[in-house]
Design a protein around this ligand. Structure first.
Ligand code: FAD
Length: 535
């Protein structure tokens, strides 16, 4: 029977909410998670949105943090069904003429990466491989930064690290003040390689032309690059394993229930109201929902200071991290013309199609960021059924792709409907130029899912999966704003545990894990296994 009083209530069963709930319950706090959708996981989901039997990850595709994510080991998620594969050829780009593809392989196969880039430039090949090798050695540092409350670092400290580690490869301390694009252009001469790196940088929330995020490209983006796992059974298996971990600890989960308000008494969060029922929290409430919903809608301005209202209203969503997902049910996987030069391209985990060169990617990103539909329907594409036959019916394949698109509010409902009706056809035309078998004859069905739909389905405001754009004033200790950077709010007992907080979007569960650390400090709870791994 559902109780109505708990020690802790978590709003939202995204993977961050689930992570926080599991640690809270293990630390001895009876915990309830309230989720508005019919299933747990939020953006960590897999569906059959087009045809039965064809599975698509409509949001998160590649898993880049599993080697360092504390919850996986602390709660034995592999014993609860989490299984992955790490394809050898990871990220590729193909061109609509006779140019060779560029393929970035797994970190243990860097010589193959070197050979691929060297088709264009031996200098770029050597520099990329050495930068990747050194960025991989930063794993402990990246993990410690991710899974700790953010700390302020001076530009001198950041620049010193960059120059110390990468100085002989052409990286200077002042790269921390540059934009990712300036860094990529300064380090790599090949337009085709720049195109792939531009694309990866934007995906990883280092907006190309944002001055001050150049250091993030050299360290974080280079570390995550081509270090990606696929969840067997779909990304959903992570959410399932996390949900089971919560049940095993004793967490209560309430689905199909949207929280309407957070109850505040005497400046303290004391519970939530959902569908006319009050659930009391004797110690704390934490929110996996975005900043503005949590503070301005669920708490409400009456309980907030003018300063916090102003800060919340000023927090910006998008244009970084706004994607559209296109889902394709195919007979055959794309067979690229470039496979005649490098057969690995036909088994590349992530393949970018539709761009001519770096300038093309730049134009495309400027359009999307500027609120215009990019004229070229270029996409990053995945065919997960190549590694996991369960993801498509026998004799078929399931492909998924990402477009960078304007944020949800930039287009009207009618304009988004038009994008859904037309943009896929334009992608197919691009695909066909690089993979001749990509014609309508090879397509069983397809469907495009746009940012306005993501906003409605998952309450990812503006379709921004980071629940807040990335720019210098909204990252690190400034996220979401300096006074709220440690997961705490001005309401006693109310915490943030979603990607509006540091470090932002991505399937790392760091927002939930770090929120637990802040709560553990405040309530003197036992900490996770920090001593064993250092974070
Ligand atoms: C197209 C796309 C591709 C992506 N690809 C990748 C990728 O390849 N790799 C990667 O690492 N990340 C990727 N991401 C990002 C990743 O999916 C998100 O950053 C991540 O899922 C955020 O997790 P979360 O748990 O914090 O929040 P969410 O997943 O947004 O979950 C929040 C939950 O809170 C619930 N909720 C909100 N308000 C209420 C309320 N009032 N009451 C009750 N419940 C509420 C929502 O229903 C939801 O379930 C992608 C995202 C998108 C959109």
């Amino acid at each position: 029977m559902q109780r109505h009083t708990y020690d802790a209530i978590v709003i939202g069963a995204g993977h961050n909410g689930l992570c926080l709930a599991a640690y809270l319950q293990r630390a001895g706090l009876s915990t309830l998670v309230v989720e508005r959708r019919h299933e747990e996981g939020g953006g960590v989901n897999t569906e059959e949105p087009v045809r039965a039997g064809f599975r698509h990850n409509l949001h998160a595709q590649y898993m880049e943090f599993f080697d360092v994510m504390p919850m996986i080991t602390d709660f034995g998620l592999e014993d609860l069904g989490l299984r992955t594969v790490t394809p050898e050829a990871q990220a590729g780009i193909v061109f609509p003429d006779d140019r060779p593809p560029i393929i970035l392989h797994r970190p243990d196969l860097l010589e193959r990466t070197r050979a691929s880039i060297a088709r264009y430039s031996a200098t770029d090949a050597d520099r990329y491989v050495e930068m990747k090798r050194r960025a991989a050695s930063l794993e402990g540092l990246v993990a410690a930064n991710l899974y700790s409350l953010p700390v302020a670092q001076t530009l001198e400290d950041q620049g010193g690290l960059l120059e110390g580690m990468f100085g002989d490869l052409g990286v200077s301390a002042n790269f921390v003040t540059k934009s990712p694009r300036a860094v990529i252009d300064e380090l790599f001469e090949t337009s085709e390689l720049r195109a792939l790196l531009y694309r990866a940088s934007v995906e990883w929330g280092a907006p190309l032309e944002e001055a001050g995020l150049g250091g993030m490209f050299v360290t974080f983006v280079m570390w995550t690059m081509a270090n990606w796992k696929l969840c067997l059974g779909g990304t959903h298996t992570l959410a399932k394993a996390m949900t089971q971990a919560c049940y095993r600890e004793g967490v209560d989960l309430l689905e199909n229930t949207s929280v309407d308000s957070i109850m505040v008494e005497g400046g303290r969060a004391v519970g939530v109201r959902a569908r006319g029922t009050e659930y009391r929290a004797e110690r704390l409430v934490a929110s996996n929902a975005d900043l503005r919903q949590t503070l301005l809608e669920l708490v409400g301005p009456d309980h907030l200071s003018d300063h916090w209202i102003q800060r919340s209203e000023a927090f910006r969503y998008g244009p970084s991290h706004v994607l559209g997902t296109t889902a394709w049910c195919l007979r055959d996987a794309p067979a690229y013309r470039a496979a005649a030069i490098d057969p690995d391209i036909d088994r590349c985990f992530y393949t970018v199609v539709g761009f001519e060169d770096a300038a093309d990617v730049l134009r495309y990103v400027r359009d999307a960021y500027g609120g215009r539909l990019p004229m070229r329907a270029a996409a990053g594409t995945w065919v997960n059924s190549l590694w996991d036959r369960a993801q498509a019916p026998t004799g078929h394949h399931a492909a998924t792709g990402w477009f960078f698109l304007p944020k949800a509010s930039e287009l009207s409902a009618a304009e988004w409907a038009d994008v859904r009706a037309t943009h896929d056809d334009r992608l197919l035309a691009e695909w066909n130029r690089v993979a001749p078998n990509m014609t309508m004859d090879n397509v069983v069905a397809h469907r495009l899912y746009t940012p306005d739909q993501m906003e409605r389905k998952n309450l990812m405001r503006e379709g921004d999966f980071s629940n807040g754009g990335f720019s210098l004033d909204q990252v690190g200790v400034n996220r979401p704003f300096p006074e709220a950077a440690n997961y705490r709010t001005e309401i006693d007992g109310l915490y943030l545990c979603g990607p509006s907080a540091y470090p932002g979007g991505g399937v790392h569960a760091a927002c939930g894990y770090n929120a637990f650390k802040a709560i553990a400090e405040d309530f003197e709870l036992p900490s996770p296994a920090v001593a064993d791994r250092g974070y």
